[in-house]
Design a protein. Structure first.
Length: 454
């Protein structure tokens, strides 16, 4: 079969894809009931399940995972003797952050300047739509040549491990010959890319207490230990003057070998303000793909509006530590916890709570599945060869699958290229990338099935 009929089918399905992504983005499926109703995630899971049933998937089920969320599973049988491919995406999303900073409502898919804007449009509701497009195109052009399992996770962004624990308890469920994780992205728009490595992650909440209650800063300030000042000093200990992460005992000098990320391109992609320097040392690729990176992602303290002249009795912060391949996330958690306890100033009482954790991942890019994907991407992106890159983010399920199915090949592709601004305000997806990657995935399934028959 040539690529043209499949390409034409996918092009004809794009209006439907946009309509479906509009419906899916409308669910405020943040997997944190403290921020959004749990019913929003449940409704999104139901939508995904209905979409699989409409495509003749069997055994469609809402899996109640140990973290209180639901993952959606379905199975589409292929020809006798065909290999099985697991397609992964997640329907939960990051909170929209400052909704006033969005140029259009975060949960309304809005077309602007050739892109589709909305929370989850790229990460990763668009990834689920990508899988649907690929399968529909194959069904319309001779049939799907492999057996397909689909799993759509409900809590990937929270890092609470629900699907990992469920898979470990039901190891037969997600067994496959190869896995396509649709949750990464091209190095940039138009450059087909598979992700070779992922940093792991650990998430900690730290609380400092110094006083029984807040005090008048005029009467007691200068001698009374200020918990907020203590927290600022503690968090400052996590970085050197140049911004390099400094957690006691954690190596920070690993180098990245492979596709490089020019500093000028990174500055533009990250929208770094003129005159502001990058942090850390080494190449940009070293810093974002091969080395640990600590980020303070939240602090509980009085807002400026309405603040009173008080010495604070308590302060709390949430800290994310990205862990590169070659380091163990559990060990990194222990080192970070020990660092925080050792550097808490003035004898402040400290409590450290682990919120989430996931191991880093390194793919085997020499496997036959990668050859099949490279061939598919060269067709979907004429004139371009497939590139391999790292990714600073985490997908904890990858390591779970690698441990459960050591013979399975795992590929990482997706829609989260730099312009997508995932996790930030004004997240968007390129419809051209959605179309091309859907074609690449469809052609990959054909190539992979053929390679297994030969």
């Amino acid at each position: 079969m040539t690529a043209r009929p499949i390409s034409e089918t996918i092009a004809s399905l794009m209006p439907r894809a946009k309509a479906e992504l509009t419906e899916l983005v409308a669910f405020q499926s943040v997997a944190d009931p403290a921020q959004f109703p749990k019913s929003e995630c449940e409704a999104a899971a139901g939508w995904v399940a209905d979409a699989l049933r409409a495509e003749d998937f069997q055994d469609v089920a809402l899996l109640d995972t140990p973290d209180g969320t639901q993952s959606v599973y379905g199975f589409l049988p292929g020809p006798a003797g065909a290999p099985t491919v697991l397609l992964y995406a997640h329907y939960d999303v990051q909170p929209p952050l400052d909704e006033s900073a969005w140029l259009s409502p975060p949960f309304e898919l809005t077309e602007r300047d050739g892109r589709w804007y909305g929370r989850g449009s790229a990460d990763c509701k668009g990834g689920f739509i990508m899988h649907l497009l690929a399968l529909r195109a194959l069904k319309a052009n001779g049939g799907v040549p492999v057996s397909v399992k689909v799993i759509a996770e409900g809590s990937e962004e929270q890092g609470t491990g629900g699907l990992e624990r469920y898979a470990e308890a039901h190891p037969e469920l997600l067994a496959a010959d190869t896995v396509v994780i649709g949750d990464t992205g091209n190095f940039r728009v138009g450059l087909p890319t598979v992700t070779a490595t992922l940093r792991g992650m650990t998430m900690l909440r730290v609380t400092l207490d110094t006083l029984e209650g807040n005090l008048h800063s005029g009467q007691f300030g200068g001698a009374a230990p200020d918990a907020l000042a203590a927290m600022i000093q503690l968090l400052a200990s996590l970085r050197a003057e140049d911004g390099t992460t400094t957690v006691d005992g954690l190596a920070t000098d690993t180098e990245w070998e492979g596709l490089q990320y020019p500093e000028a391109d990174f500055r533009q992609d990250a929208k770094v303000l003129d005159g502001v320097g990058l942090i850390g040392t080494g190449t940009v690729a070293d810093r974002i793909w091969a080395r640990p990176a600590v980020t303070v992602i939240g602090i509980d303290c009085p807002p400026v509006l309405g603040a009173t002249p008080s010495v604070q009795a308590s302060a709390r912060a949430q800290i994310s530590l990205r862990v590169p391949p070659g380091q163990d996330a559990a060990e990194a958690t222990e080192l970070l916890t020990a660092h925080l306890r050792a550097h808490a100033p003035w004898g402040a009482r400290i409590a450290v709570e682990q919120v989430g954790q996931g191991q880093p991942f390194r793919a085997d890019t020499s496997s036959p599945a990668y050859t099949s994907m490279a061939q598919a991407m060269e067709v979907a992106y004429p004139g371009e060869k497939m590139q391999t890159s790292g990714m600073g983010g985490s997908i904890p399920l990858c390591n779970t699958l690698a441990a459960l199915y050591p013979e399975a090949e795992i590929l990482l592709i997706g829609l989260s290229e730099p312009e997508a601004q995932i996790h930030a305000v004004n997240e968007s997806v390129s419809p051209q990338e959605l179309e091309r990657l859907s074609l690449a995935e469809a052609l990959f399934l054909l190539n992979y099935a053929s390679s297994k028959q030969s």
